[in-house]
Each structure stands twice: as C-alpha cells, then as structure tokens.
Design a protein around this ligand. Structure first.
Ligand SMILES: NC(=O)c1ccc[n+]([C@@H]2O[C@H](COP(=O)([O-])OP(=O)(O)OC[C@H]3O[C@@H](n4cnc5c(N)ncnc54)[C@H](O)[C@@H]3O)[C@@H](O)[C@H]2O)c1
Length: 306
C-alpha cells in the first residue's frame, strides 16, 4: 500500500505514546483514524491533540475483550465504511527476574501484548479480505523481539511472537493484497511506565511489581529516546514502502547482526543435506517474504545514500 489517503486506519493503544504518534502520521497523510484505547483520559487528550474533527473516531476498548473488540470494529465500519489499516499497538511493559513472575504477570502482559494482536488479526483481517481493497497490518513489536535481553523475558518473548506472526502472515497474505509488518522500535518517549494503571484487578497478584518499581522510577531519561512523532513518521514510511521490518534506532545494529550471525553459525552445515527432504519441504527452508525484504531494504538504503 503506497497511499493511505482516503483509507481508514484502526490503531489500538492509539491514544498515547507510539500509537498516538502513528495515528498523527496517518491522519496527516490523509487517512481516517480510529483510536481504540482502554484509558478514557488518554482518549480525551488524544482527540484534542489530533484535532482531526470528523476524520477521527475515539473508542474505548480493552483489546483483550473479544466481544468488545468486534463491537469496536463494527463501530469503525459504521462510521467510515471499511477498515484498511490495522495497527496492533496496544501494549504494556513489565520487567524483572523471571523466577519472580507470577502467573498473573505472564497472563496480563501476554494477554495484552500477544492476545490483543491475535484478537486484532482474528477480528479485522477477515473484514479487510472481505472488502477486497487491500490493506496493511502493522504490529508494534520491539527491538526486544530481535535483541532479547535478560530481565524482560515475558515482554521480549511476547514481542518475538508478534514479530513472527507478521513474518508468517506476510508470506500468506501478500498475494491477496494484505501487507503485514513488524514495527520494532527502540526506546520512545511514552507513558509505558504507567502500564500498571491498566492492569485488571483480577490479575493483580504481581510477582514482578516490586522488581519493576525501580525501573519505572529510574529518573527521567526520556531525552535519550525518540519522540512519538519521529516513530509515527517512520511507521508511515514503512507502510508506504511495504517494509516487512520497520526498524528505528541505529544503536541496535550490532545486536541485530550478532543474533543473525549466531544463529547462522549454529546451523550444522557440516552435515550433508538430504536433497529429497529439501525438495519436498522447500517452503520450510526459506521465507520468500524475507528474501524479498533483503532486496527492498538494500534498495531503500541506496536511496537514503543518494
Ligand atoms: N515506549 C517504548 O520505548 C517502546 C519500545 C518498543 C516497543 N514499545 C511498544 O509500543 C507499544 C505502545 O506503547 P507506548 O510505549 O506507546 O506506551 P503508552 O503507555 O504511552 O501507550 C500504550 C497505550 O495502550 C493502551 N493500552 C494498554 N492496555 C490496553 C488494552 N488492554 N487495551 C487497549 N489499550 C490498552 C494504554 O492505555 C496506552 O494509551 C506497546 O506495544 C509497547 O510494548 C514501546
């Protein structure tokens, strides 16, 4: 999809931080925008900040509630007709030693960061396919999906899940007009440190709460982070370029490369290949969408250097 003008975008967690930055960029490029968010205060402030009049629809939604999610998609279609761009962005942050994580910690973070994306795909993808005008599904993962680090097992593992979903779906859906993308930002100036405010009471038994507190109050380092407007524009560019991997911060280059190198070196390539296995299961050994992405990213890199 190169032109978002006149299309409709549905952005979860769209009332704050990265989601709001993406909503702003899409609105600025001529898309109608639905911002769906669990927090009323964020929705109220975001509507003012977006100042998009009739082209903005703010909906209160908990992405883990499937019934409510379907009703929100209905409301978006009732207002704008069709949804073309889904941005699965709602997410929460929680860190700390893995052994301290309670089941509720796992369930809450995975429920939103993974379950919310699954719900978005299950509810909105069929609607995009049904209208036949094509579309885009961008899911906010994280650089943590590509450079997983200690002390953030639940978070990084969930982000890797989301990244993998977008990689698998790209191969499956591109020929049917739906482009999927994994947006993997580094640190951005947002309200993610307030995630605890949206934690449901039934999942309140938090093994990691105490461990997470110092991280959440580690002083204001936000001047080191990118702004929501910067990453919003980055996502818009990623959509226009059909990028599979929408990445940001250059500081991660070594970590991303090392993961690729380490996994490549770990393949037991001293063993002879079984030609029959390789021929019969050819689709398992290489994802053509990733092969194409190498060429796309080379092209985009060359354009940046011109
Ligand atoms: N901030 C960063 O540095 C950073 C880096 C990489 C990835 N991310 C990811 O970016 C996404 C957006 O986070 P952010 O940093 O902008 O934080 P944020 O808190 O500013 O925005 C997230 C929004 O999601 C909403 N939300 C939370 N739970 C929800 C739910 N169950 N249903 C609907 N809405 C819900 C919140 O109310 C909030 O408005 C998340 O997926 C996060 O994991 C953030």
């Amino acid at each position: 999809m190169t032109d978002v003008a006149g299309k409709t975008s549905f952005v979860t967690g769209g009332a704050s931080g990265i989601g709001l930055g993406i909503a702003k960029a899409l609105l600025g490029a001529g898309s109608n925008v639905v911002i769906a968010d669990i927090r009323d205060d964020h929705l109220d402030a975001a509507v003012k900040e977006l100042d998009g009049g009739d082209r903005v629809l703010a909906l209160k939604l908990d992405v883990t509630n499937r019934q409510a999610y379907a009703a929100a998609a209905d409301a978006a279609e009732a207002k704008f007709g069709k949804i073309h761009i889904l941005v699965n962005n709602a997410g929460v942050g929680l860190g700390g030693p893995t052994e301290l994580a309670s089941f509720n910690d796992w369930d809450w973070v995975n429920g939103v960061n993974v379950g919310g994306v699954i719900n978005g795909v299950a509810i909105i993808l069929p609607r995009i396919l049904a209208h036949g005008e094509g579309g885009h599904i961008v899911s906010t993962a994280s650089m943590g999906a590509l450079v997983p680090v200690g002390g953030s097992t639940i978070y990084c593992a969930g982000k890797a899940y989301v990244c993998s979903m977008m990689e698998c779906m790209r191969t499956e859906l591109e020929s049917r007009g739906v482009i999927t993308a994994a947006f993997c930002p580094g640190a951005v100036q947002t309200n993610i440190a307030q995630s605890g405010k949206t934690r449901p009471p039934e999942l309140s038994d938090a093994g990691l709460a105490a461990a997470d507190r110092p991280r959440q109050s580690a002083g204001d380092l936000s001047h080191l982070f990118q702004t929501k407007e910067e990453v919003g524009q980055r996502v818009l560019r990623g959509i226009r370029n059909d990028e599979l991997y929408i990445l940001t911060h250059s500081e991660f280059i070594d970590g991303v490369r090392e993961r690729g190198e380490a996994t490549t070196l770990a393949v037991q390539d001293h063993l002879p290949e079984n030609a029959e296995y390789k021929a019969i299961f050819a689709m398992l050994f290489r994802n053509p969408a990733i092969t194409e992405e190498i060429e796309r990213q080379k092209r985009l890199k060359a354009q940046r250097q011109e």
